[in-house]
Design a protein around this ligand. Structure first.
Ligand SMILES: Nc1ncnc2c1ncn2[C@@H]1O[C@H](COP(=O)(O)OP(=O)(O)OP(=O)(O)O)[C@@H](O)[C@H]1O
Length: 535
């Protein structure tokens, strides 16, 4: 099924051309929910991109959005209620479709004689109500964007948009601060064709196809294409290189969005061709304004629990991410409408469902803070981050694996019993699972945090690895240490001079073990020397 790019109604893909030829009168499908679910494909065929402009697609699709009002939903985060299925308006008098030889049409192929404005509006409303609140509230104009001065009346980027001289650029900012929204608004305000891709696939051939479509569009209609690359930092270096030519030639205007520092994640050649704009983190005040606006538009008479104090609570739980805040508000509205809901049960429910993005930065930030707290011997901080991860639905095995790493990397020789303890915690998670296994995780966390630390082993290994990657690569193993499984090898002297330690008093005997070129080299420091950095 696809949505017609002209009337917005749902049509079988095989019948879309006939539907358009019939002036949008035929082959309309009854049930909007039969549209294909959003896919993670890097690029969608042109026909599917048309769907996107009718609001039936999701974040990962390539899409053409001629105007902000027709923009498409981003995928909702896990804590969002799933979009409801909607039903397209039923035609008043179904008649047989011509291609059906006059027989009664199958239930999904219905001739719709009149796509009246009222019916179009109903279909549009149905599509809108199926979107997550965050999508419905996506700003329709630059002035609706909150907290981003660079597109404010005297903002640097605003001037470029108003004069339609938008350079290729990178928008750097935290999740849910408005990068995608701004990219779409740039396109609609400056009159660009909007095409969105993301980095979940590496299909360079398809990117190149988009470039030639953009060139053709520019040649035929004079309209520029704004190519929006979400999460551009996830593109490989080779993929990033593909953009250089078209950006330089001006055949596309690239707008890349990234949550990571572009200096580290983008190739210099691309950086030197794009301007980097940093989005401000949204303050709690900004988020409260966004929530207030959403509440006024969605629910002018909210349940009493959803008051100003509650909006501030949501804003403080959203970590500067407007999408998360709106998702939480949407969930709260539906929970608060049940008479049995109290403020405390509402907050508990939100905590349980407020799952952070396990593939995203929160996942890595929290585990990193957890590891560093243990390394810094702060059991309280380590327990706090452990609790955050558990409450957020983190995979407990992921936490257990990190504890095993900590036991060797940071505690090391200072307490060799902690490696088996952490392995046991991992085992416990495997055998018992949550919630009980969380205690084993806490046990290992506190034990590693309180333990003495030694990075002797870790440093020694790093030193050895450094040698192996340089001068020590492929050095011949001393002949006396070589294995001699065959007669020929024995004849060659392999292993002959080897002194078997148990044959000597206390196993002590003078013998070289390192390859000749490395004789005397020390990797394992005498003791833990600490770093040379001043605290
Ligand atoms: N500055 C803002 N002003 C108003 N609403 C905003 C703002 N930023 C985000 N939103 C709301 O949050 C939703 C998600 O925003 P958007 O997709 O633009 O964020 P993003 O920065 O691209 O996020 P991500 O990095 O996760 O892709 C929007 O649909 C909108 O409802």
């Amino acid at each position: 099924m696809v949505a017609c790019p002209i009337c917005g109604r749902v049509v079988r893909e095989s019948a879309i051309n006939q539907h358009i030829d019939s002036g949008c009168k035929s082959f309309v499908v009854e049930d909007e929910s039969r549209l294909p679910p959003p896919s993670g494909a890097f690029f969608q065929p042109l026909a599917k991109r048309s769907n996107a402009s009718n609001g039936s697609s999701a974040k990962n699709k390539t899409q053409i959005a001629p105007a902000a009002s027709q923009s498409t939903p981003k995928s909702s985060s896990p804590n969002t209620s799933t979009p409801k299925n909607t039903t397209a308006p039923k035609p008043s008098s179904p008649v047989a479709a011509p291609e059906n030889n006059g027989k009664r049409p199958p239930p999904d192929v219905i001739d719709d004689p009149e796509p009246t404005p009222k019916r179009k509006q109903t279909a549009k409303n149905a599509i809108l109500s199926s979107m997550p609140l965050a999508e419905r509230m996506r700003p329709r104009s630059l002035s609706d964007v909150i907290g981003q001065s660079l597109i404010g009346p005297s903002g640097l980027l605003r001037g470029l948009i108003d004069t339609k001289r938008v350079p290729s650029l990178i928008l750097w900012g935290s999740p849910g601060t408005g990068k995608t929204t701004i990219a779409r608004l740039i396109a609609s305000t400056a009159g660009y064709r909007f095409v969105e891709i993301n980095s979940s696939s590496s299909n360079v051939a398809e990117v190149k196809k988009l470039f030639s479509e953009a060139r053709a569009e520019l040649g035929l209609t004079g309209r520029k294409t704004l190519l929006f690359c979400d999460e551009i930092h996830r593109f490989s270096k080779t993929q990033q290189d593909v953009f250089l030519g078209p950006v330089e030639a001006g055949s596309i205007t690239l707008v890349g969005a990234t949550t990571e520092n572009p200096s580290f994640k983008l190739v210099n050649a691309l950086l030197s061709r794009c301007r980097v704009f940093t989005l401000a983190p949204l303050t709690e005040g900004d988020i409260v304004s966004i929530l207030r606006r959403a509440l006024a538009s969605e629910c002018p008479k909210p349940p009493p629990l959803i008051d100003d104090a509650f909006l501030s609570y949501l804003a403080s739980s959203a970590s500067g991410d407007a999408r998360t805040a709106l998702n939480l508000l949407e969930l709260s509205l539906s929970l608060a409408s049940q008479p049995s809901t109290t403020l405390s049960s509402l907050k508990t429910a939100l905590t349980q469902t407020h799952i952070y993005d396990r593939a995203g930065d929160a996942h890595y930030d929290l585990i990193s803070a957890f590891h560093k707290s243990i390394r810094g011997s702060s059991p309280d901080a380590a327990l706090y981050y452990l609790a955050r991860m558990l409450a957020g639905g983190e995979d407990p095995l992921f936490i257990a694996r990190r504890l095993i790493v900590v036991a060797s990397e940071d505690v090391g020789m200072a307490d060799c019993s902690l490696l088996p303890l952490c392995v046991a915690a991992h085992d416990t998670v495997m055998k018992i699972g949550l919630p009980e296994a969380r205690i084993a995780l806490a046990h290992a966390t506190v034990a590693t945090a309180l333990a003495k630390k030694s990075t002797r082993v870790y440093r020694a290994l790093n030193a050895a690895m450094a040698v192996v990657e340089g001068e020590g690569r492929d050095l011949p193993v001393p002949v006396h240490l070589r294995n001699a499984p065959t007669r020929l090898m024995k004849e060659l002297g392999y292993g002959q001079e080897y002194k078997y330690n148990p044959d000597f008093v206390d196993g002590r005997v003078k013998q070289e073990y390192l390859p000749e070129k490395l004789v005397g080299r020390v990797f394992l420091e005498e003791r833990d020397l600490g770093t040379k950095v001043d605290p």
